[in-house]
Design a protein around this ligand. Structure first.
Ligand SMILES: NC(=O)c1ccc[n+]([C@@H]2O[C@H](COP(=O)([O-])OP(=O)(O)OC[C@H]3O[C@@H](n4cnc5c(N)ncnc54)[C@H](OP(=O)(O)O)[C@@H]3O)[C@@H](O)[C@H]2O)c1
Length: 255
């Protein structure tokens, strides 16, 4: 048991999780807190972050920051506050993300900019600022949330697919530069999970059947089924993994 604790336990470690107010980010917070970590929950709505807090095994080991991940000043303040209060940042999960659907010909500049800024640029900015602190304290773990649309284009989601493709490449590029500083940069590429982001698809019987026909597991994923992947990539068990994009997708056969 002690050997397993050493390998997968996160006691005494501090994890920042963006987009922790629901969905996959909430599942990450529950998993990491359950494995012993202090979790810093970030999102734009403190009421739903509070809801996440009530689901943690030890809510005392959590802190909430209401912030938009694209806000540079708030990001810098959060990184500074967490470093000061917790002594170090061990884990960063870049999970916050949005999706806007429209055919490419009609896709608005506003939607393009917001999706790229939230899903790709902010991942770089948070990683860069967190890595500077991690380097001072001996290393850390950065886990980016990619997507099966990191590998294929999808339909009517041009900005999302471009951003998630970028997240996969960003993960590999940062891993190449930061592995020597004991920073593991990896990503999880989820398939289709039951969250707000997929509720429109899941409610549409035709789209839902199309998607399920490509998932050998025959069902959408429960966000809590990502717990093992989150804990593995956040823990010492993954110390020799760098630049890996781990799919957790029920065996999804893309398009
Ligand atoms: N669900 C899936 O099947 C699936 C598949 C592949 C990849 N993903 C990725 O997984 C991540 C989580 O998605 P989800 O399905 O859990 O979606 P979700 O239920 O819509 O949750 C998105 C989270 O991101 C936060 N967020 C969005 N924009 C933000 C911003 N500008 N600043 C701060 N927080 C922001 C939201 O919080 P507030 O709105 O309260 O701020 C919320 O906590 C995303 O990166 C998504 O692309 C999901």
């Amino acid at each position: 048991m002690e050997a397993l604790q050493n390998l997968f336990g996160l006691s005494g470690r501090t994890a920042i999780i963006t987009g922790a107010s629901r969905g996959l980010g909430r599942a990450a917070a529950i998993a990491l807190n359950g494995a012993g970590a202090n979790v810093i929950l970030i999102g734009r709505d403190s009421a739903s972050l509070e809801e996440t807090r009530t689901l943690l095994s030890d809510p005392k080991r959590s802190k909430i920051f209401e912030a938009d991940v694209t806000n540079d000043d708030l990001r810098k303040k959060i990184i500074a506050d967490v470093t000061r209060d917790c002594g170090k940042i061990d884990i960063l999960i870049n999970n916050a993300g949005i999706i806007r659907r429209d055919p490419a010909l009609e896709y608005s500049e506003k939607d393009w900019d917001e999706v790229i800024e939230t899903n790709l640029s902010s991942v770089f900015h948070w990683s860069q600022d967190a890595a500077k602190e991690m380097m001072k304290t001996g290393g850390g773990k950065i886990i980016n949330i990619a997507s099966v649309l990191s590998f294929s284009g999808g339909v009517n989601v041009v900005a999302y697919a471009a951003a998630k493709g970028g997240v996969a490449q960003l993960t590999k590029a940062l891993a190449n530069e930061w592995a020597k500083h004991n920073i593991n940069v990896n990503a999880i590429a989820p398939g289709y999970f039951e969250t707000n982001a997929t509720s429109a698809l899941r409610k549409n019987p035709e789209r839902s059947a199309q998607i399920l026909s490509r998932i050998p597991a025959g069902r959408f994923g429960d966000p809590n089924e990502l717990a093992g992947a989150f804990i593995f990539l956040a823990s010492s068990a993954s110390d020799y993994m760098h630049g890996h994009i781990m799919t957790v997708d029920g065996g999804f056969n893309g398009w």
